[in-house]
Design a protein around this ligand. Structure first.
Ligand SMILES: NC(=O)c1ccc[n+]([C@@H]2O[C@H](COP(=O)([O-])OP(=O)(O)OC[C@H]3O[C@@H](n4cnc5c(N)ncnc54)[C@H](O)[C@@H]3O)[C@@H](O)[C@H]2O)c1
Ligand SMILES: [Zn+2]
Ligand SMILES: [Zn+2]
Length: 389
């Protein structure tokens, strides 16, 4: 089969690799019909998460048609269309029973390495390196879906891929980020980053009762998409974010701040951002953290900072003094996708949202390698790429 394979920094290729097959009785195999490129994949492409090996298959936002079914699978049969969450749950451990699926204690095959780095191992993830299980990813013609019954979501007939494929990650991620922000009716919610995740944070913040949503980025078409989501916007290349947020909130600061940027934050000229970039370039730093620092600085006293953006290592110069003295609450994490898939599918069916609004590029799997660069460099108006193997 063909698959998008990681070979090194900024080097991904569409290779021919061995076909995905059933390995455990709880597996199914799907013929992938839609599979997306995520901001999280960019952290691998740019090597901010240095635990990939040449030959690893990328991708964690797939859906497709079941073509093979393990003997212990009860929920799915050949021909079913399913969406596959990016995090792999066992469904049965202490964490899964508490719906903390991305913290599953069972599925990370690299648990020892992950625990050495983090204290405890998070769940296995598809296509996301050898600290999260080294599972082959879904940017491929076929995917082995692990523990299908505990994870996959069956899609009702008649719903097009483009409406449901983002249940694999970014819609639940935006929704959980908004839930984690603890939005009270009427709150002002500020969202850093208007990439695909930020877009779903904006729309989810409204669903959860925000009175006002302010979105921050510098890419015009991403800001325009945020405005179509009824957010007010701030272009951080044009104005000082702190000053503008103070002005918009009469000096109090936003109640809830969501960092949907993660470890590759940009900022023209800010001294801390230049410092992060220099450290990362020479291998002395793991994360570029400007957006998170700014969110902490801007958040109102007693407010909440929710972090869906991915961080990988040991970012420094975080203003913990400000966070402590302002009494901020932090919530973060890889999304517990399985907790949200059914509920958000119902919202799509009820026409509360059509997630396909975020798609700008529909391409063949073979176009994947070029699309990584276009997406990373924000060229050609690229916001979200869906590959059709
Ligand atoms: N928690 C999870 O489970 C989960 C799931 C999916 C993605 N993510 C993470 O969410 C983050 C966003 O993903 P995405 O797909 O939207 O990626 P993306 O790279 O398309 O979007 C990031 C956006 O942040 C903007 N940005 C950069 N610096 C900024 C700054 N200083 N202030 C404001 N905006 C800034 C960029 O211009 C870009 O539009 C990534 O870190 C990704 O890994 C997390
Ligand atoms: Zn993703
Ligand atoms: Zn589990």
């Amino acid at each position: 089969m063909k698959a998008i394979v990681w070979h090194g920094r900024e080097d991904v290729r569409c290779d021919t690799v061995p076909d995905a097959k059933i390995e455990e009785p709880t597996d199914v195999v799907i013929k992938v019909t839609s599979t997306c490129i995520c901001g999280s994949d960019l952290h691998l492409y740019d090597m901010y998460l240095p635990a990939m090996l040449p030959g690893d298959i990328l991708g964690h936002e797939p859906m497709g048609e079941v073509v093979a079914v393990g003997s212990a699978v009860t929920k799915f049969k050949a021909g079913d269309r399913i969406v596959v969450p990016f995090d792999i749950a066992c469904g049965d451990c202490w964490f899964c029973k508490k719906e903390l699926y991305s913290c599953c204690d069972v599925t990370n095959r690299d648990a020892a390495a992950a625990a050495a780095l983090m204290g405890h191992a998070p769940a296995g993830l598809y296509g996301y390196s050898h600290i999260t299980g080294g599972y082959p990813g879904g940017q491929a013609e076929y995917l082995r879906v692990v523990r299908a019954d505990a994870n996959a979501l069956k899609i009702p007939d008649g719903m097009p891929d483009e409406q449901v494929v983002f249940l694999s990650d970014i819609f639940p991620t935006g929704y959980m980020a908004a839930e984690n922000a603890d939005i009270q009716p009427g709150d002002t919610v500020a969202v850093w980053g208007c990439g695909p995740v930020g877009q779903f944070c904006i729309r989810s913040a409204w669903m959860l009762g925000a009175g006002r949503v302010i979105a921050i980025d510098r890419v015009p078409e991403r800001l325009a998409m945020a405005e179509r989501g009824k957010a007010e916007t701030i272009n951080f290349d044009e104005v000082k974010v702190y000053d503008r947020l103070q002005e918009l909130t009469k000096g109090r600061g936003p109640d809830r701040c969501i960092d949907a940027v993660g470890c590759e934050s940009h900022h023209t000229g800010a001294i801390d951002a230049v410092y992060d970039k220099a450290k990362a370039l020479v291998g002395m730093g793991t994360d570029r953290v400007h957006a998170l620092r700014e969110a902490i600085f801007c958040c109102r006293k007693g407010g909440t900072v929710s972090i869906p953006g991915v961080y990988v290592g040991f970012p420094d110069k975080l203003p913990l003094g400000a966070a402590m003295n302002k009494g901020l609450t932090f919530k973060m994490g890889q999304t517990h996708t399985q907790r949200y898939t059914k509920k958000l599918l119902e919202k799509i069916q009820a026409r509360e949202i059509d997630p396909s609004f975020v798609i700008t590029h529909r391409l063949k799997l073979e176009d994947g390698p070029a699309a990584y660069r276009t997406f990373r460099d924000k060229k050609d108006g690229c916001i979200k790429v869906v590959l059709k193997p």
